[in-house]
Write a protein that binds this ligand. Structure first.
Ligand SMILES: Nc1ncnc2c1ncn2[C@@H]1O[C@H](COP(=O)(O)OP(=O)(O)O)[C@@H](O)[C@H]1O
Ligand code: SF4
Ligand SMILES: [Mg+2]
Length: 354
């Protein structure tokens, strides 16, 4: 039987993490005494993804496209409406009790804002020790020794162990958040815009640290960002998300040189190129309007209200996410063969909403 649109299992071989047809709808209710559901915010609307062990998958898309909600479902801050989230063979979407505790050890999350994500009342030592105390990984002395090793590992001085997070800069705080995330030796880390709140000058340091830890510990990352220029540095494979669904998934070089979805093409056209001569000749794709509301998702292809090459069929039939090249380059577009011409000809001038 044919799978419904958007449910193709992406690159499932050797996957440590496999998300299959994930749905997260937040109900909208009305009523004073009796609450009645009158609609839903369709934040994630049938997403399938997979990440190979030891690799990084970049997840990009405009703000509000549902990226963080996927991350929050994976770490089970949210219980998904439906779908599967396999870590090896365990389905995190339905895990509970002991299995859920075990999942929480194996999967950790790093957040965008290290100011908000670290409890200001804890010392550095307390913050990094907490996950180890929760998971009872050793005696008090062993945990303190381990905290010191973790501070070394993330490039922070051991002397900082009794200080408080407010005494540190954004970059240093993100290092502390990373130390906390790796304290119980997880396998999978969701990094949700981990450098977006940091000064450009220190972004590379944090990205390098994440890369080094990946090499040393064999970590697998889902790297979430609205910024393609960041994702291109860290992720050999990239998924592009729009309004709750994946529009395109491909290896990095392939998606940069040959995008097969107009939305990816628009995002890419907004990324500056260092060479001023090439930059001057480049055409930019303008996207009409804002991201539609996830309460009222456009029928057919959900991108049709902003797509520069939309046709009648796009308003009626949802395109499936399918391999367009035979080399694991997936796109959800009826006219992916026309996308290449978008940046070569036509009017193109800047994309505002990223
Ligand atoms: N807890 C929540 N309750 C209701 N709506 C939510 C909740 N979390 C996110 N949303 C909505 O879901 C959509 C996707 O949000 P999010 O996953 O944060 O997107 P992104 O991370 O791509 O910016 C947005 O419209 C957002 O307002
Ligand atoms: S299916 Fe149609 S509307 Fe959707 S991206 Fe492709 S051309 Fe645009
Ligand atoms: Mg987000």
């Amino acid at each position: 039987m044919e799978k419904p649109a958007g449910t193709a299992t992406v690159n499932a071989t050797d996957a440590l993490m496999r998300v299959e047809d994930l749905v997260m709808h937040f109900p909208i209710t009305q009523g004073i005494l009796v609450q009645r559901q009158v609609g839903a915010i369709k934040a994630v609307d049938g997403v399938s993804l997979s990440v190979k062990r030891g690799q990084t998958l970049g997840l990009v898309g405009e703000s509000g496209s549902g990226k963080s909600t996927i991350g929050r479902c994976i770490v089970r801050l949210y219980k998904p409406t439906s779908g599967h989230i396999y870590l090896d063979n365990d389905d995190l979407a339905v895990a509970q009790g002991t299995q859920l505790r075990e999942v929480r050890r194996r999967v950790q999350m790093i957040f965008q804002d290290p100011y908000a994500s670290l409890n200001p009342r804890f010392t550095v030592g307390g913050l990094i020790a907490e996950p180890m105390q929760i998971h009872k990984t050793g005696s008090k002395a062993e945990i303190r020794e381990r905290v010191e090793q973790l501070l070394d590992r993330v490039g922070m001085n051991r002397r900082f162990i009794d200080r408080y997070p407010h005494e540190f800069s954004g970059g240093q705080r993100q290092r502390l958040a990373i130390a906390r995330a790796i304290a119980i030796e997880p396998e999978f880390i969701i990094a949700d815009e981990p450098v977006s709140a940091l000064d450009v000058s220190i972004r590379a340091q944090i990205l390098n640290l994440m890369q080094r830890l990946q090499d040393q510990m064999g970590l697998t990352y889902l790297f979430v960002s609205h910024d393609l220029s960041v994702v291109r540095h860290v992720a050999p494979r990239i998924a592009v998300m729009y309004l709750g669904k994946i529009m395109e998934v491909s290896d990095r070089d392939e998606i940069y040189s040959n995008p097969l979805h107009p939305y990816s093409s628009a995002l890419l056209s907004a990324v500056p190129i260092a060479n001023p001569r090439v930059e001057k000749q480049r055409k930019r794709i303008i996207l009409k309007g804002d991201l539609p509301s996830p309460i009222h998702i456009p029928p057919g292809c959900r991108f049709h209200t902003r797509c520069p090459i939309a046709q009648d069929i796009c308003r009626q039939v949802e395109p499936p996410l399918e391999d367009k090249t035979g080399s694991n380059h997936l796109a959800a577009c009826h006219f992916s063969d026309r996308v290449g011409s978008l940046t070569k000809a036509g009017s193109v001038q800047g994309l505002g909403t990223l």
